[in-house]
Design a protein around this ligand. Structure first.
Ligand code: 5CA
Length: 444
């Protein structure tokens, strides 16, 4: 992509309304624009990262055996009256009336609708287990939308729902989600720690939130620092294997890690003092097991092997897809801008032409662009007629993890410069070697 043909409305000034670094950088890098309080347009650069995050979420859900689908954002109030949540949800629910005076709402979550789909089509235990999920926009009329995409009113969520015959099977679904989330967040360059939490309006007994540690996080958290040494890494998990999933869950949840809602001082104090941590975190996901809380009132039942009608055991499992952009930036930036982890970067590498209009540098940049594209990579070529300082500042702000700089002096010696955004280290090499290096980094 050529920068002169792209839409990247970078801001020079720091917007005064942005209180935290991720919000500031997302506005300054031309990733989002507020449409109205807590509601954002996703400009091309922001949209690209959003899609990358969605892709990872899809891949990891499918790997775990979960089935993608899509439900509408606007739903009838009737189902929510059946479950009893129409009144319980309170002011956070955006209520809408259609031309026939029927009560509608913009979905804040979708337990009711998925349960309705299930009860309409599934009647036998033979069709279980079943887990379906969607990545869809949600609306919650938050009292204080703030921090940009972190606490929006409209936001993108992955919400998944499991249906199982027994509590044991449903707990396996819970464990499977926990394991798949560990892998999902690590692929985005994040350490998200599962912490025992409170279930809030979704309900249920068992729930863990996934928290990314950050000073700007909205949640206060208490944990044993030994937890931060745990890495999921490249484990090959058989998601159907109950014992294997259970073992990973135990490994990652056996140490003390709780949000303020579930914190117990006495237990916390049993951790050796040098490992006790009180910090802040960003909640990027939450998993719930709530048994028959929705299947009973909504009559979602199946026949078991003995012919008895039994309510199915359920759970729901969310990932804050749009919030993740903010969380990743909070976890990975410096005073010049964002530093994207390779897994989610909007473009794989930036190309900077130090002398735009010079036949030699122009040709070298175009050659690099083509060679990288031929490898299936997406470079962003800054071909603006601007001074070098401005080009470097833009590239640093938008945070592409790698940069290739092309200037007449280097070309005279047959080299370009490859620079890591994270370390700032540069290395000179031929253009061909630069392409190979970038391809190797991304494993293509
Ligand atoms: N039905 C369940 C799971 S599918 C559910 O709604 N869970 S939730 O309420 O915990 O939301 C899931 C995730 O969405 C949260 O962990 C958080 O990362 C994200 N989220 C929740 N509210 C907002 C918001 N106002 N802005 C951005 N992300 C949000």
């Amino acid at each position: 992509m050529r920068l002169t043909r792209y839409f990247l409305p970078v801001l020079k000034e720091t917007p005064s309304e942005a209180q935290i670094v991720s919000h500031r950088y997302m506005l300054r890098a031309g990733m989002i624009k507020q449409a109205t309080a807590g509601i954002y347009s996703w400009l091309p650069l922001g949209f690209k990262v959003l899609r990358k995050i969605e892709d990872i979420v899809h891949q990891e859900q499918i790997r775990a055996g979960h089935i993608p689908m899509l439900m509408p954002t606007i739903q009838s109030a009737d189902l929510w009256r059946e479950s009893g949540r129409y009144d319980d949800y309170g002011q956070e629910m955006l209520r809408i009336r259609d031309r026939h005076d029927r009560d509608m709402l913009f979905t804040p979550t979708a337990e009711e609708l998925i349960t309705d789909i299930f009860r309409g089509h599934v009647s036998s235990y033979r069709d279980l287990p079943l887990t379906m999920y969607q990545i869809q926009w949600k609306f919650r009329d938050e009292i204080r939308p703030r921090f940009g995409v972190m606490r929006g009113r409209e936001f993108l969520m992955k919400d998944g729902y499991n249906f199982d015959l027994t509590k044991e099977d449903a707990l396996h679904a819970y464990n499977r989600h926990l394991v798949s989330y560990l892998r999902t967040y690590e692929r985005m360059g994040l350490q998200a720690i599962p912490m025992r939490a409170d279930s809030g309006p979704i309900g249920g007994d068992d729930t863990h939130e996934f928290l990314v540690l950050a000073d700007t996080g909205e949640s206060e958290v208490f944990y044993d620092s030994a937890i931060t040494d745990l890495k999921f890494g490249d484990r090959d998990i058989d998601y159907d294997d109950k014992a294997q999933c259970q073992a990973v869950l135990e490994e990652f949840t056996s140490r003390y890690a709780r949000t303020d809602e579930t914190h117990e001082e006495a237990l916390f104090n049993q951790i050796p003092e040098d490992r006790r941590r009180i910090a802040r975190g960003i909640e990027v996901g939450q998993i719930f097991y709530f048994g028959t809380k929705y299947s009973e009132p909504l009559n979602a039942k199946v026949q078991d092997a003995d012919g008895n009608e039994v309510a199915v055991h359920m759970g729901s499992h969310g990932i804050g897809v749009s919030r993740l952009l903010g969380a990743i930036i909070e976890a990975s930036h410096d005073d010049k801008g964002i530093i994207w982890p390779e897994g989610v970067t909007p473009f794989h590498v930036g190309i900077i032409n130090l002398r735009q209009g010079d036949g030699g540098t122009d040709a070298a940049c175009e050659g690099l662009e083509k060679a990288l594209e031929a490898k299936g990579l997406e470079p962003l070529y800054d071909d603006r007629d601007e001074r070098a300082g401005g080009k470097f500042a833009t590239m640093d702000l938008i945070g592409l993890p790698w940069r290739i700089t092309v200037g007449p002096r280097g070309l005279k010696n047959g080299v370009v410069e490859v620079t890591s955004r994270r370390t700032g280290e540069s290395e000179e090499m031929t253009a061909e070697a630069a392409v190979d290096r970038i391809a190797q980094i991304y494993g293509v």
